[in-house]
Write a new protein. Structure first.
Length: 427
């Protein structure tokens, strides 16, 4: 280590030791004074300890920033490239420790006559930002577990001192929903997934759609969701889990092509032989799923989710015993007999003829896919995935999203579900 860097270290140590000793002494005095006559001693102790620990941390950050600023200002590199325009220019940002004010030097480039804050660039603080990247990253991460307004309250409470949280007359600090929305809108990022170490011979894909309220347009946004997995495993009695689950959501007119692009990136695609698509049999699902077949040896087979199959049977008749009889006929009889059983209900309930004929058509159109599902060891949990991962985040806020932003929100929500740390990604 050269002499200059060692001197820098020694100066910084001395400045920090002096500051920490002063704050520690002040903390003890304040603590003794504040404990006198207090009913809730623990709250007072915790509040004072929280306050002084934040103060010490903030002073450490300020001292380091200002010492680095001085070090650069006196360096040969700076003198070769920049003029000093103004020293000790203050800047205040809101951090997880609270508001932090430090000073730095404003420079002017010698060749282009442009103003420049070296410390702002070194710290990764964009011009005019009032919050530090940690606060912004925490709020964005929290958004995809709750919503923007709730995320602002949660992160705001982390910034607020304990004493203020306990004071019923003081409203906890909260970051506005619009502020977090602005951060998300300005964040230009892409999520890169690592390639799987191994590729299965069989891949399962659950698919469905969910309609989301939209801003500035008639009608809703159709979210097309896919859950890709390699099988199921038993994790405890009565509970199974998907193996290597990967979620993909989009609003594209070509969702299967986009899913295919993702699968090619994370798997050795030509090693996959069998694709089993589990869905409710909607037109966009059954028409597009065959795009997964790129090689002649690959097979794509549709498995109808029995939830929708049974739901159609329930619309044919409201009598529980008749519902059971229809399903038993499906399981045990040939298709011709099963069709005959279904048609008997048209004559039995003529006042519901239109509905019954519609449901019979659905059941018979997907008869083969339903049989495939019955013979498969894999069940469909797509309704639960839609509820937990899409509806809980997006559909609970009517008319909450713009079409221009929704694909970014889908991408970030998928990343969270797929194990990507959005906080680290933002930083």
């Amino acid at each position: 280590m050269n002499i200059i860097s060692q001197n820098f270290r020694n100066v910084l140590k001395n400045r920090l030791e002096s500051k920490i000793n002063y704050l520690t002494s002040t903390f003890v005095d304040n603590l003794m004074n504040s404990l006198t006559g207090k009913d809730n001693v623990y709250l007072t102790l915790a509040s004072e300890a929280n306050r002084v620990s934040k103060d010490i941390a903030k002073e450490v950050i300020i001292e380091v920033i200002e010492e680095f600023d001085a070090y650069f200002r006196d360096s040969k590199e700076r003198k070769r490239t920049y003029y000093v325009s103004k020293k000790d220019v203050p800047r205040t940002i809101t951090t997880i420790l609270g508001d932090l004010t430090f000073t730095r030097t404003l420079y002017v480039t010698k060749d282009r006559n442009e103003y420049y804050f070296y410390m702002d660039e070194m710290l990764g603080l964009p011009k005019y930002d009032h919050y530090d990247p940690i606060v912004k990253g925490l709020a964005i991460r929290e958004t995809f577990y709750t919503n923007q307004a709730q995320a602002g309250r949660i992160v705001g409470e982390r910034i607020t001192d304990i004493a203020n949280l306990a004071d019923k007359n003081t409203a906890p600090f909260a970051i506005s929903r619009q502020t977090i929305y602005s951060w998300l809108s300005k964040w230009n990022t892409t999520i890169v997934y690592e390639r799987h170490k191994s590729t299965p011979r069989t891949l399962y894909i659950m698919a469905d759609e969910k309609y989301i309220g939209a801003q500035g347009k008639d009608g809703d946004i159709m979210a097309k969701a896919f859950v890709v997995f390699e099988g199921v495993k038993q994790v405890s009695k009565g509970r199974r889990a998907l193996i290597n689950r990967h979620v993909f959501t989009c609003r594209s007119s070509k969702p299967w092509e986009e899913l295919l692009d993702r699968l090619i990136k994370i798997y050795d695609y030509d090693e996959i032989e069998d694709f089993y698509v589990l869905s409710d049999g909607g037109n966009w699902l059954t028409v597009g799923m065959h795009e997964l077949k790129l090689e002649s040896f690959q097979k794509v087979e549709h498995l109808l989710c029995l939830f929708h199959f049974k739901q159609a049977i329930h619309h044919i008749t409201t009598v529980e015993e008749e519902r059971k009889a229809i399903f038993q006929s499906f399981l045990n009889d040939k298709r011709k007999v099963f069709k005959y059983v279904l048609n008997t209900y048209i004559d039995k309930y003529p006042h519901r003829k239109v509905t019954i004929e519609k449901k019979i058509k659905y059941v018979l159109n997907h008869y083969k896919a339903a049989k495939h599902m019955v013979s498969s060891a894999i069940g469909s949990s797509m309704e639960a995935h839609i509820s937990h991962f899409i509806a809980s985040i997006f559909a609970s806020r009517p008319k909450g999203y713009k079409e221009s932003n929704i694909n970014k929100y889908f991408m970030l929500n998928d990343a969270k579900i797929n194990g990507i740390n959005l906080f680290n990604t933002y930083l």
